[in-house]
Design a protein around this ligand. Structure first.
Ligand code: DCP
Ligand code: MG
Ligand code: MG
Length: 352
């Protein structure tokens, strides 16, 4: 039997801020763009659970957060610091796993099949790990325990905040059944809408869907949807995790379709991305530009190049991707530049 944990840090960026400034702990706190008394652009990156009581959430416009709780504490982003804390967390988590896969800045899968013989043992192991993270790093986390990655992730969601939740294989169907499809891992808003229109609103309904029909609508993704709705996920905890992408984003002070301004922004973001690329000692193969408009619709455009770490190439390709695909009828609110499919530069320091 496989036993897999998903460890996800609670309200990570704000928890990091609390770690270095314990005096802010009792306050609703938000990390994101400057709210500028309600006129600020950009979004909430995350907030603590005190702030969530007021309805504030990750990804929400910072101006909405300000309307909900103007006297909350608003802090700017400090990626370098969060990355440092993340590296410490990941090093600790890794020492608790047979196989280890980091999936984001604050989240990792740990296979512990050799370290726990049943769910009871696994629960005790997870409780102990949660304690260790709190004691050694000083931060709260939540842990999902289950028989595959999908269910470990779903279990962790139900454990938040600061909890451990176990979902046994025999209980998985019951656990999933009552949930709406958009709670299912990998199902975003658009997919959920399409599934809803097809008559699949709950995971229970989706689990009984006709596979053929799902495949006609979603291609091979249909197989995953069907499997996920039935708690099936055979994917391995993938030991050789490397940083998967490096990106930077910027929200314009005023929404714009001025190409000079946009190209200037792309150049600046590309410079920041290349600085990080150099720091990590990598080269990249895929360049992606993200365009988010005033109406919050978003477009991603990507292009593959030969492995490179050239600033001119990145900024050049990103500018072309943007100018070729920009919807001139609308104004841009936010622009992002990201590189992925990374490889190590030879003779450079190791990633992470
Ligand atoms: N993040 C972000 N933009 C988002 C969501 C999150 O930049 N739309 C950042 C801030 C988070 C970090 O990534 O602190 C981790 O994301 P999580 O989804 O794990 O969210 P949190 O750790 O903040 O909260 P939770 O306790 O729900 O895990
Ligand atoms: Mg988290
Ligand atoms: Mg996370």
């Amino acid at each position: 039997m496989r036993i897999i944990l998903l460890v996800d840090m609670d309200y990570f960026y704000v928890a990091c801020e609390e770690l270095r400034r314990p005096e802010i702990k009792e306050r609703p706190t938000i990390v994101g763009m400057d709210p500028k008394e309600g006129k600020g652009r950009g979004v909430v990156m995350t907030c603590n659970y005190l702030a969530r009581r007021f309805g504030i959430r990750s990804g929400m416009p910072i101006s909405t957060a300000y309307r909900l709780k103007p006297d909350a504490l608003y802090l700017p982003l400090d990626y370098d610091y969060y990355d440092k804390v993340s590296a410490q967390v990941m090093q600790l988590l890794k020492s608790f796993a047979d196989r280890f896969e980091q999936v984001s800045v604050d989240e990792a899968f740990l296979e512990i099949s050799k370290r726990a013989k049943d769910y009871e043992g696994a629960k005790a192991y997870a409780e102990n790990l949660k304690r260790e993270v709190k004691e050694r790093i000083g931060l709260p986390c939540s842990i999902g325990v289950s028989y595959n990655k999908l269910m470990a992730k779903m279990a962790c969601e139900s454990a938040k905040p600061n909890g451990v939740a176990v979902v046994k294989e025999e209980d998985a169907k019951g656990f999933l059944a009552g949930k709406p499809v958009d709670d299912l891992y990998g199902v975003g808003k658009k997919t959920a809408e399409r599934l809803g229109a097809m008559g699949y609103k709950s995971v229970a309904e989706l689990s009984k869907a006709n596979l053929q029909e799902l495949m006609e609508r979603f291609g091979s993704f249909g197989i995953y949807l069907h499997n996920y709705a039935n708690g099936i996920d055979e994917s391995e905890v993938n030991e050789n995790y490397d940083v998967k992408s490096i990106g930077r984003e910027l929200t314009f002070e005023n929404d714009t379709n001025d190409m000079n301004l946009i190209e200037g922004a792309i150049r600046r973001l590309s410079r920041d991305v290349i600085a990080e690329v150099e720091k990590q000692g990598v080269t990249f193969k895929v360049i992606t530009v993200k365009m988010r408009y005033s109406d919050f619709t978003e477009h991603l455009k990507s292009r593959s190049v030969r492995y490179t770490n050239s600033l001119d190439e990145l900024a050049g390709v990103a500018s072309v991707l943007c100018s070729d695909n920009l919807d001139k009828e609308k104004k841009l609110r936010k622009i992002g530049v990201r590189v992925s499919t990374l490889a190590k530069q030879r003779g450079q320091k190791k990633i992470i």
